[in-house]
Ligand binder design. Structure first.
Ligand SMILES: *Cc1c(COP(=O)(O)O)cnc(C)c1O
Length: 371
């Protein structure tokens, strides 16, 4: 998890280079960096660190997870092109696909239930420009078989991208399973402290890296600022320790919820009751700290539950030290899918980002707040 960029001064952490420009030099003295949008030493250090973490040759960091996603999609898929996406995805990605990609750029977007790779292969052909899946998905915690979909993508020569934000590089390595591109919202587990918004793309494909790098640095200028690069780089150093603790707490919370009579279903890949628990064991090296559950009660009771919580904070986002609960239907109604093209989100679904508090405090908080 370390970092080799020591700036000639043996700094143990990468220095924050705020300079937007670097004195010009010629010949052997020529600069590695000359203008910070194009290239910045703090950003280069983070990009290298994240590439190594995901087993990739190239890393690019963006101003947000959505910036990483939109740059990937809109660079690789031309207007009028064809994109196949899993039907259970982050709300922002869904909006991007329906309102920008389809409505504005005329891209033909097919949403499929990618839990079944057969449904992906049914709509993909050699004219498809990109296959996009999220696994585990936000907020339904569904999984896609990365290896099986990578085979389909390979057969038709189509680039295959995985949004692996919920797993983090600690729990899942999509490139090793055959994906061409892995995307993270670094806002979540990679930074891990709820104090930096960012996104990352990692790939082994030189041509894709070149095209996305051009868009990131020149065409769109969609780069992550040096201070945020520093924060993410710092977060990455504790990723293994945090992920182990997130998972341990999430398992404790999932088991508690599963035994509660006002909870009708719990979705956590680590539970034997998860319909894709076997796939989780096959392609993930950990179950991460995200889960969701269906509350057995009325929306009013659910609101009272949120208000009764003390340790958990009702709020958006995930992957930080603080446990958060989000009720998509109440808190992000514009983004919560009603299930026309994409998978419906039940009205009483609660998404939980299990933080790093004491597991007993988390269980006790839920016990007290649930009716
Ligand atoms: C949060 C999130 C995003 C978007 O990232 P931002 O940093 O908020 O732009 C994309 N995908 C998933 C799975 C997310 O959870």
């Amino acid at each position: 998890m370390g970092n080799d960029s020591r700036g000639g001064t043996n700094d143990v952490v990468p220095p924050i280079h705020l300079s937007t420009t670097f004195g010009w030099a010629s010949g052997a003295e020529s600069n590695e960096h000359d203008y910070s949008r194009e290239s910045n030493p703090t950003r280069a250090a983070l990009e290298e660190q994240l590439a190594r973490l995901d087993g990739g040759d190239h890393g690019l960091v963006f101003a947000s997870g959505m910036a990483a996603i939109s740059t990937t999609m809109l660079t690789l898929v031309p207007p009028g092109g064809h994109l196949v996406s899993s039907d259970s995805i982050y709300g922002g990605t869904e909006k991007l696909l329906t309102e920008l990609a389809a409505d504005h750029f005329g891209i033909d977007v097919d949403f499929v239930d990618a839990r079944d790779p057969g449904r992906v292969s049914a709509v993909v052909d050699s004219d498809t420009d990109l296959i996009w899946v999220e696994t585990p998905t936000n907020p339904l915690m569904r999984l896609c078989d990365i290896e099986a979909i990578a085979d389909i993508a390979d057969d038709d020569g189509v680039p295959f991208a995985v949004d692996s934000t919920f797993a983090s590089p600690y729990c899942q390595a999509p490139l090793e399973l055959g994906a061409d591109i892995v995307v993270h919202s670094t806002t979540k587990y990679l930074n891990g402290h709820s104090d930096s918004t960012g996104g990352a793309v990692i790939t082994n494909d030189d041509r894709i890296a070149e095209r996305l790098g051009f868009a990131q640095q020149t065409g769109l200028g969609n780069v992550l600022a040096p201070f945020d690069c520093y924060l993410v780089s710092r977060g990455v150093k504790t990723l293994p320790a945090r992920m182990e603790h997130h998972e341990e707490n999430a398992m404790a919370v999932a088991q508690f919820l599963e035994s509660h009579d006002r909870v009708s279903s719990v979705y956590y890949p680590g539970l034997a009751s998860h319909p894709q628990h076997g796939l989780a064991n096959q392609q993930m090296s950990g179950y991460s700290g995200m889960l969701s559950f269906e509350f057995d009660g009325t929306p009013l009771e659910l609101e009272a539950f949120l208000e009764g919580l003390d340790v958990f904070t009702p709020g958006a986002s995930l992957g930080g030290a603080e446990s958060l609960v989000e009720l998509p239907s109440l808190m992000i109604p514009d983004e919560a899918s009603h299930g026309e093209a994409t998978a419906a989100i039940p009205e009483t679904l609660v998404r939980v980002s299990v933080g790093l508090e004491d597991a007993d405090d988390l269980r006790e908080d839920l016990r007290t707040a649930l009716p």
